[in-house]
Design a protein around this ligand. Structure first.
Ligand SMILES: *Cc1c(COP(=O)(O)O)cnc(C)c1O
Length: 494
């Protein structure tokens, strides 16, 4: 064996390794800048069949390796040129942000240093930095020193953890049952989770994964601003009690995916306390409002939640993936804590060694906290607030433009930066409108001019902008709206 043969494959302290690393990273940067940063449109317009044909020709595992530069050039043609350009100002579809440049630099450090957050001996300083940031997040969301948090892959995992703890806490305190050891008690069939009709689908997904079944999720009606009605929650709770069902958790959404609407957190907190329900706030989207002096008040009351889900790969502008799960009373992490002799033996805990795996449903886990840390340092409070405020302002202006247009219909006045609307000239049949709006979106994608989203309200197809990019101008929005109308008018006249 000649270990030197591998010098240009791994980053180490040899000259060969360092220069291989430098040129690899530079080659990746160069191709990215060419294919992505200089892109005129947010998408090439290629449809799935065309892309599939190109991919069918690729050989995933050549007999001998190729030059990295060759591989990167190939990638440029097949992958980068047909990526959605998230940093393009007319890429305005989903809660899918253009990542901050300081965070991209942090990603280079995260991946190459390859710390693993499950045990302290795999990530000594990284563990402490994540802890520091988790504690800061808890404080910033209004929790006291009893709270704690952990970084997650995003809202899906954070919502899952909230409902996992809610389920296990209820079983422990009301039924003296440890679900982790004994499995679900028979009463679990009667467990119910309340949330609004426009809460995120991952609430139902979590209920299914937790063995409660999707039907355990009781969707409660919203008011005309798409917010959960406390009075309707009360009514539903009485109904459930009459049926001898067991409400265990109430999920409030702070920033629904389509409307950005925020459920009335203070009222729901009172209800949750009165009925001894675990209150989980899904702030995957709206959690970003905490960054803005002007908009933070919309999250008032969030500190009464037992747990909070917040995503950083949305309004905190982090590269995917990055989220956190915050817990008001850190002792509840004990409900899911387990010890592996090889990883985090119980003696470690007694000795005060912080092994973060005890707080997570993931084992090996990335040091994603670093990119948020670097971004917070680089932008500071003023920098982040400016981005959040600018995009909310743009959404409000966009709503104004749509509202003033006879051919367009605004579905909601935006709470954050999502705007839902449709092409809807007077006297057009509903069935045609659905088809036309669907086709408008597909046409825009095929032309590559703009990437916008589609959603449904009461079986009607709507279009959606999620305006995350502070570099998107009013003129660019006007141009997209004009194109929506032009396409709609063409389709409507045939
Ligand atoms: C995005 C989102 C989720 C899911 O989060 P991921 O980060 O995609 O896993 C959950 N809830 C809400 C309200 C969201 O906007």
């Amino acid at each position: 064996m000649h270990p030197e043969r591998f010098e240009n494959r791994f980053l180490s302290n040899s000259q060969e390794s360092i220069s291989a690393y430098r040129s690899a990273i530079t080659a990746a940067q160069d191709v990215l800048i060419k294919a992505f940063a200089c892109q005129e449109k947010p998408y090439s317009g290629a449809d799935p069949e065309k892309l599939a044909a190109a991919f069918a020709k690729l050989d995933p595992y050549p007999t001998t390796g190729k030059q990295l530069q060759t591989i990167i050039n190939e990638l440029s043609a097949t992958i980068l040129n047909h990526a959605v350009v998230v940093s393009h100002p007319t890429c305005v579809a989903h809660l899918h942000c253009p990542p901050l440049i300081p965070a991209l630099a942090a990603e280079v450090l995260i991946s190459a240093s390859n710390q693993s957050m499950d045990s302290w001996d795999q990530s000594p300083a990284a563990t402490l930095l994540e802890q520091r940031l988790a504690r800061w997040l808890c404080q910033w969301f209004g929790y006291d020193s009893a709270a704690d948090g952990v970084f997650t892959s995003g809202g899906t995992q954070s919502n899952f953890m909230g409902l996992l703890l809610a389920r296990d806490y209820y079983a422990q305190t009301h039924l003296n049952c440890s679900v982790q050891r004994q499995g679900l008690p028979p009463q679990a069939q009667c467990f119910r989770i309340l949330c609004s009709t426009v809460s995120h689908f991952t609430i139902r997904q979590a209920a299914a994964l937790l063995g409660l079944g999707e039907e355990a999720v009781v969707a409660v009606e919203t008011d005309r601003h798409n917010r959960l009605c406390p009075a309707a929650v009360e009514r539903k709770l009485r109904e459930l009690q009459a049926e001898e069902l067991l409400p265990v958790a109430l999920v409030a959404t702070a920033g629904t995916t389509d409307f950005g609407s925020i459920d009335p957190l203070p009222e729901l907190a009172v209800l949750a306390q009165k009925h001894q329900l675990w209150l989980h706030v899904d702030a995957a989207y709206g959690g970003g409002l905490i960054l803005s002096d002007r908009h933070r008040h919309q999250l008032a009351g969030i500190a009464a939640a037992d747990s909070i889900a917040v995503d950083f790969h949305k309004l905190f502008y982090q590269p995917i993936s990055c989220g956190a799960f915050l817990l008001r009373d850190r002792t509840h992490f004990h409900l899911i804590e387990r010890h592996a002799d090889y990883l985090n033996p119980e003696a470690n805990e007694a000795a005060g060694v912080p092994d973060l795996v005890t707080k997570s449903v993931q084992t090996t886990r990335r040091f994603d906290a670093l990119k948020l840390w670097v971004s917070l340092q680089a932008l500071g409070q003023k920098g982040f607030a400016e981005i959040v405020d600018t995009t909310i302002e743009l959404a409000q202006e966009t709503a104004g433009l749509i509202e003033a247009d006879a051919v367009l219909e605004l579905a909601n006045y935006p709470t954050i930066n999502a705007v839902v609307f449709r092409y809807c000239p007077p006297h057009t049949q509903a069935i045609n409108l659905n088809q036309i709006n669907h086709r408008i979106r597909t046409s825009l994608m095929q032309s590559g001019e703009a990437v916008i989203a589609q959603t449904q309200i009461a079986q009607q197809v709507y279009l959606k902008f999620t305006l995350l990019n502070p570099r998107t101008t009013r003129a660019q929005i006007t141009a997209i709206l004009n194109e929506v109308k032009r396409l709609g008018n063409c389709m409507n006249s045939v």
